[in-house]
Ligand binder design. Structure first.
Ligand code: NAD
Length: 247
């Protein structure tokens, strides 16, 4: 049996996946896609889901994450797939950015990823198989004015991804990141309505080689591949899904 491809101690039943931020936007599309792919998918989010598989928890609170993970494990067995899509944006001139503003964005986008990965890793290590995908951001390619906290957090997520890929490759666990470009979700439309995008979504479409805004399903497709058995030789990769804007 090829290492990292077959489950060492877990039977061939449904694999359980957790998607954070799965109540909205990209996370919701990832949860739907992985379910179509045949995984048993549970969601961790601040908001409830309409599918009955949501666990309300704040990813910045380790006790809440641990409780949600324990409940999911109890119901569906070991968690072998994790997609971290929970996130918040923030817009502020750096000189006016308060430390609480900075900390909130770092806490959700970076520390939340720390908590969820640590909470599920034991299951993956025990199984000798695991898949982790972190949703970062295309803003990490070039930076973004007024989003220093967000870009710092998402860049750190890319670094965390590469480091964990090296650390857990020998355990049969792959860790990859998907930094999306502009994706049509409530987060993007809220930023547009507050005039924080430096133009409308339409303006950005005109500057995007494939001439459309991203769809949550575009990101879900990349996640679907990364978590598949076939992707066992791909780890530590940052796969931009951005219509060609950052190559
Ligand atoms: P969204 O606002 O539609 O969804 C984010 C989800 O995360 C929401 O359901 C929200 O309740 C949940 N969430 C927020 N804080 C949480 C917390 N503390 N604990 C648990 N859940 C929490 O946003 P989206 O556009 O779908 O974004 C998903 C991910 O993609 C985010 O990490 C975001 O930074 C990233 N991203 C989005 C875009 C884009 O254009 N939409 C671009 C680059 C990166």
């Amino acid at each position: 049996m090829e290492f990292g491809q077959s489950l060492r101690k877990v039977g061939p039943g449904l694999k359980t996946a957790v998607v954070t931020g799965g109540a909205s936007g990209i996370g919701r599309a990832v949860a739907e896609r992985l379910r179509k792919d045949g995984l048993q998918v549970a969601v961790i989010d601040l908001s409830p889901t309409d599918d009955g598989f949501g666990h309300i928890a704040d990813v910045t609170d380790r006790a809440q994450v641990d409780n949600a993970v324990a409940a999911i494990r109890e119901q569906f067995g070991p968690i072998l797939v994790l997609v971290n899509a929970a996130g918040v944006e923030g817009f502020q001139k750096f000189s006016k950015m308060s430390f609480p503003e900075w900390s909130k964005v770092i806490d959700v986008n970076l520390n939340g990823v720390f908590h969820t990965i640590q909470a599920v890793l034991p299951d993956m290590v025990e199984a000798g198989w695991g898949r982790i995908v972190n949703i970062s951001s295309s803003s990490t390619h070039s930076g973004q004015p007024f989003m220093a906290h967000y870009v710092a957090a998402k860049s750190a997520v890319n670094g965390l991804t590469k480091s964990l890929a090296l650390e857990y490759g020998p355990a049969g666990i792959t860790v990859n990141a998907v930094p999306p470009g502009f994706v049509d979700t409530p987060m993007l439309r809220s930023a547009e309505s507050r005039h924080l995008l430096g133009g409308t979504v339409e303006d950005h479409i005109n500057r995007t080689p494939v001439r459309r805004v991203g769809r949550p399903e575009d990101i879900a497709a990349a996640c679907s591949f990364f978590v598949s058995d076939e992707a066992s030789y791909i780890t530590g990769q940052i796969l931009g899904v951005n219509g060609g804007r950052n190559t």
